[in-house]
Design a protein around this ligand. Structure first.
Ligand SMILES: NC(=O)c1ccc[n+]([C@@H]2O[C@H](COP(=O)([O-])OP(=O)(O)OC[C@H]3O[C@@H](n4cnc5c(N)ncnc54)[C@H](O)[C@@H]3O)[C@@H](O)[C@H]2O)c1
Length: 396
């Protein structure tokens, strides 16, 4: 697969590093950057045969099979339009749009052009996420009741993120997009997100958008998603998830303090993304592009282009995430639960079936079986007709 890169900044380099890692068979061949010097430097660094400051020219070249969009959020739509016009498969970084209307337009563009639209949501491809998702799908933790995801760091690295016109918002659109999709994956993508309650505030920085937020997303099957996002967190990049099911629990820590500790007086350089220090006790990450999901993500994307199948993360997923974010922004202003407006819902329309009940015998439901420190068992039961709650001691 021959790939063109649009953009030459932070994420373009992370993506290029993962595409060039481990003798990969897919080739990055060209780059667009508005600044021709930066395009030339990127092409030199990654040994690319072509660079340009003309986006359409890069997208339409014959040797290109797929295009990766690594541009600021306000440029995603125009870049997708250029790919659709050139009929090149397109992989777009997160968030897909600044809002659901933009994301829907991009979805329509790829579907109209008959090209693949892959949503580059790397945190849904981390090794720990993929393994835990399989456990959830295999039924290891039963029905998911709550899926919580947190991304917090000291704030983004480029000016445009801090300007809500260009970015579409603050920490919610920047980081919440990851957390919302992580929770959605655990709860089930077929389950409709119904409404959102969100608190958001600008606590530290002199900006219009929020730099701190917490939101709850109610799903049609009764499950709850929770996102916690911050541009105010000090000490690195905190990426943690928690899933509570009827039969089990999962806790994931994807990045910070995950088993690699180093002390330095400060003579070295880069430690890990958003690490705030290079001296004292430090928490590096072994293979960052793998731990952040980039390598698994591109393997899925290019396999699916080859096999003409759907990747795990599509433009449709990006659109649903944007719709949830829109509702979160509305709720943060109204202080109320706000509906998630989805004009093109493609999942199930089943609603909450209520709590799962386990029969103990013909007369009682089982509420709980408890083992005491004496070794005896207690049963807490509810009468099926009267609703009376009783306790029974038993020996096993
Ligand atoms: N984990 C992730 O998936 C992840 C991480 C970081 C960023 N991103 C996303 O990647 C995208 C780019 O972010 P970044 O961190 O690389 O930003 P960046 O500022 O480091 O790089 C942006 C690139 O776009 C170019 N650019 C900026 N304004 C432009 C304009 N007006 N016209 C043409 N080109 C312009 C810059 O020159 C640069 O090459 C954003 O959508 C961001 O949300 C994703």
């Amino acid at each position: 697969m021959n790939i063109a890169m649009l953009g030459s900044g932070f994420i373009a380099r992370f993506y290029a590093d993962s595409l060039k890692a481990q003798r990969a068979k897919d080739n990055l061949v060209s780059v667009y950057s508005r600044n021709i010097e930066k395009a030339r430097k990127f092409a030199d660094d990654y040994n690319l045969s072509f660079y340009s400051d003309n986006m359409e020219e890069v997208c339409s070249r014959e040797d290109v099979d797929a295009v990766i969009i690594s541009l600021p959020n306000n440029l995603h739509k125009a870049a997708v339009a250029a790919c659709a016009k050139a009929k090149k498969h397109v992989l777009c970084t997160k968030p897909l749009g600044r809002n659901a209307a933009e994301a829907k337009r991009m979805l329509d563009l790829v579907e109209g052009a008959g090209i693949m639209g892959g949503y580059l949501e790397d945190l849904c491809y981390t090794p720990k996420y993929l393994k835990s998702l399989k456990s959830v799908k295999d039924g290891s933790i039963g029905k998911v009741l709550l899926a919580k995801s947190r991304e917090a760091h000291p704030g983004p690295h480029s000016d445009w993120f801090w300007d809500h016109e260009q970015s579409g918002g603050g920490a919610i659109v920047d980081l919440g997009c990851h957390c919302i999709e992580i929770a959605r994956g655990f709860i089930g993508k077929d389950v409709r997100p119904v409404e959102v309650m969100c608190w958001a505030a600008t606590q530290v920085h002199p900006i219009k958008a929020e730099d701190n937020a917490i939101g709850l997303v109610k799903y049609a099957n009764g499950a709850l998603g929770q996102f916690e996002v911050s541009w105010c967190f000090r000490g690195g990049m905190d990426l943690r998830d928690e899933v509570m099911g009827t039969e089990g629990t999962i806790w994931l820590n994807n990045f910070l303090r995950t088993g690699f500790e180093m002390f330095s007086t400060g003579k070295g350089g880069y430690i890990a993304e958003k690490a705030e220090s290079s001296s004292g006790w430090l928490f590096p990450v072994g293979d960052e592009v793998h731990e952040l999901g980039y390598t698994n993500m591109f393997t899925d994307m290019f396999n699916c282009i080859e096999n003409k199948s759907e990747p795990m993360e599509t433009f449709y997923d990006g659109y649903i995430v944007n719709a949830i974010i829109d509702a979160a922004y509305q709720s943060s202003k109204s202080g109320k639960w706000e509906p998630v407006q989805i004009d093109d819902w493609r999942g199930s329309n089943d609603a909450d079936s209520g709590p799962a009940t386990t029969s103990y015998d013909d007369t009682y439901y089982l509420i709980k079986k408890e083992i005491l420190h004496s070794g005896e068992y207690k049963l807490i039961l509810k009468h099926k007709v009267t609703g009376e709650v009783v306790v029974r001691d038993i020996k096993e």
